[in-house]
Ligand binder design. Structure first.
Ligand code: 4NP
Length: 154
């Protein structure tokens, strides 16, 4: 069975779709076949396409995410995915609170997969500018490279 990874942020229109895109790109480039998805802890953007600025930074880096659609994380996700990865510490504590007791899932913080950045948030670029989305992309691609190596070994 394939290893599966779910990235989770607040809205599922900025950071977690970019993390999903970065890991998809990394796995496609290296031939690793895994299941990758993203979701939000909030429900405001269920069914919505990613933020235009997130779509734009993805395109600038060679990935089209215009077909992604927002969804909210559910209890079933903790059974369906091997790894649930939070983009910031608030998402992490929300996920830990939601996890059904019976679920055997690895919940981690994205930055814990980047050397020297353990415990840090991926800052929310939603109220920021284009440069903030470039910063988000840089952070999620570095984590994706490290995650790919970790997942390859599973
Ligand atoms: P994300 O950014 O969590 O990176 O998708 C946000 C997008 C929308 C909202 C908050 C964060 N919002 O409040 O609508």
């Amino acid at each position: 069975m394939s290893v599966s990874v779910l990235f989770v942020c607040l809205g599922n229109i900025c950071r977690s779709p970019l993390a999903e895109a970065a890991l998809r790109q990394e796995c496609a480039a290296t031939g690793l076949n895994i299941i990758i998805d993203s979701a939000g802890t909030g429900d405001w953007h269920v069914g919505h396409a990613p933020d235009k600025r997130a779509q734009a930074v993805a395109i600038r880096n060679g990935v089209d995410i215009s077909h992604f659609r927002g969804r909210q994380v559910s209890a079933a996700d903790f059974h369906d995915f091997d790894h649930v990865i939070a983009l910031d510490n608030q998402n992490l504590s929300d996920l830990k609170a939601m996890k059904p007791a019976s679920a055997v899932v690895e919940i981690s913080l994205l930055s814990d997969h980047v050397a020297g950045r353990a415990g840090e948030d991926v800052a929310d670029p939603y109220y920021g500018e284009e440069a903030d989305f470039d910063q988000t992309w840089a952070e999620v691609t570095e984590a994706a490279r490290n995650l790919r190596k970790l997942l390859e070994a599973e």
